[in-house]
Design a protein around this ligand. Structure first.
Ligand SMILES: [Fe+2]
Length: 137
């Protein structure tokens, strides 16, 4: 997939992080398409999950520091992704890239993350831009 306008926030640091996530997503999709084998696909999945979770934690620290009013709800959304990722990863260890696992990755985790960046994260970005004392990390 291409980096698109849909994901752009106008905040260079965030856009860089999102590009990084899209690269990891592409590596996962390529490794599945090219049937690269369990070890390579597993490594790509771990890179993707690790990158997403690190990004969530940074975002949460930033939102906490600015006392974002909807912080808890937003963190819970991130935690939901982390639980789903773990469930998929455990299943992958047993089944490998089965149809169900691939569907969990493509139609679950990746879709969720892209929608989250394109829509839900825009909620806090709007709030941040309305407060002068918060500068996006
Ligand atoms: Fe978020």
């Amino acid at each position: 997939m291409d980096w698109g306008e849909k994901l752009a926030t106008g905040v260079p640091e965030l856009d860089d992080r999102h590009r990084e996530l899209v690269e990891r997503i592409n590596t996962v999709l390529e490794s599945i398409d090219q049937l690269r084998g369990q070890e390579a696909i597993g490594a790509a999945l771990d890179e993707f999950g690790g990158c997403a979770i690190e990004y969530f934690r940074e975002e949460e620290a930033f939102l906490r520091s600015g006392a974002y009013p909807d912080y808890c709800r937003h963190r819970d959304l991130h935690d939901g992704f982390v639980r789903e990722f773990q469930e998929m990863r455990d299943r992958f260890d047993i089944e490998g890239p089965s149809l169900l696992v691939v569907s969990m990755v493509q139609h679950g985790l990746i879709k969720w993350l892209l929608d989250h960046i394109a829509e839900t994260d825009k909620e806090w970005l709007t709030a941040v831009y309305q407060k002068d004392d918060m500068v996006p990390a």
